[in-house]
Design a protein around this ligand. Structure first.
Ligand code: FES
Length: 81
């Protein structure tokens, strides 16, 4: 099971694997665990909006599981990467 991290600024993609139990993690925490430099100045309180990805989704408000329900192809688009 893989997630594609697509950097919209660089045009580069990175592919990361996830384990079933990791689907319960917030996407923000999972990305940080994988050393993806996701922006945040409110530390996941849903205020700064810097952790946003495509469709205006906030990674601090989605688990990996909910993200995959919304985006079954597992592609995360990050504008500043
Ligand atoms: S980390 Fe600030 S809104 Fe998500």
């Amino acid at each position: 099971m893989q997630i594609e991290i697509k950097g919209m600024a660089s045009g580069h993609s990175l592919f990361l694997s996830y384990l079933e139990h990791e689907k319960k993690l917030l996407l923000l925490d999972w990305l940080r665990d994988k050393k993806i430099p996701i922006a945040s100045s409110c530390d996941g309180k849903g205020v700064c909006k810097k952790c946003g990805i495509q469709n205006g989704w906030l990674t601090c408000e989605l688990t990996l599981e909910i993200f995959l329900q919304r985006q079954p192809d597992g592609v995360i688009e990050i504008s500043y990467l």
